[in-house]
Design a protein. Structure first.
Length: 273
């Protein structure tokens, strides 16, 4: 297997981008004594401005735990995580999070759900509402602003969750298996849609998944984690041109990247789709 390198470090050294996220020797252990469980072990990586990085690994390897640390919801046992050079010590307004389920309030309309960060953070309501309507139009939800979550499909609800996370223009968007609960066809459609949104806005994204194909389709760079305790077993750039269509999945270059991820997982005794 090729040696693990940090592609973002190469880009930074070439003067192309600055770090948004820096993770250094990060570990997390739950419990005490005989009940101690190591969730993450000695993880280090960086994410450059505008980069879309995907973390892939088997269930229980600590993917979601890593995301919660970056979101400021958990503290590591050792090591550190920084956002734009500042330690992440708790939830921050410049971090957007999208979970597997969009967690929409049923009594709020689509635009009302999107406006939640503006209400909580007491942002300029007029400016934020204009931004909300613009973002909803960009994701194909123009005309659905006054609908309620029960009137939307699963994919449409997840788009609302993405727009809500983007409303306050976060420095990074953290996505925890956001399409995992969708059917296969809707999931593929949402992958294409997320790529389109990302290409239009170039928001820095960390995306968590257990799907190898999804990881390769979306990523500028894939980080592969081992089974628990999660550690980085491989890390590489996905050198496929954008925009990527679903047909790219049938190409040899796509298959090459898929095989590399699968080899890294199999070397650790883990198998994925």
């Amino acid at each position: 297997m090729d040696p693990i390198v940090d592609p973002s470090a190469r880009r930074v050294s070439q003067g192309q981008a600055a770090d948004v996220i820096a993770v250094r020797e990060l570990s997390l252990t739950y419990g005490r004594g005989a009940a101690r469980i190591a969730a993450l072990r000695d993880i280090s990586f960086r994410i450059a401005d505008g980069e879309l990085v995907v973390v892939v690994g088997p269930s229980g390897c600590g993917k979601s735990t890593l995301l919660k640390i970056l979101a400021g919801l958990l503290s590591p046992t050792e090591g550190a995580a920084e956002l734009k050079g500042q330690p992440i010590t708790g939830p921050r307004r410049d971090i957007g999070v999208v979970f597997q389920t969009p967690v929409l309030f049923p009594w709020r309309t689509v635009v009302g759900n999107v406006m939640l960060p503006a209400d909580v953070q007491r942002l300029d309501r007029g400016a934020m509402q204009r931004r909300a309507l613009d973002l909803l139009g960009q994701v194909g939800l123009g005309g659905f602003e006054r609908r309620y979550p029960r009137e939307l499909s699963g994919g449409m609800q997840q788009r609302v969750g993405i727009v809500r996370a983007l409303l306050h223009d976060p420095a990074i968007l953290l996505m925890d298996e956001p399409f995992g609960a969708l059917d296969a066809m809707t999931r593929e459609t949402m992958n294409v849609e997320l790529q389109r949104i990302w290409m239009a806005r170039r928001t820095t994204v960390l995306f968590i998944t257990h799907s190898i194909a999804e990881a390769v389709f979306l990523a500028d760079r894939v980080i592969v984690l081992t089974p628990r305790p999660g550690a980085i077993s491989d890390q590489f750039e996905v050198e496929l041109p954008r925009p990527r269509t679903l047909e790219v999945m049938n190409t040899e270059r796509f298959g090459h990247h898929v095989r590399r991820v699968r080899a890294a997982l199999n070397a650790q005794g883990a198998g994925l789709e």
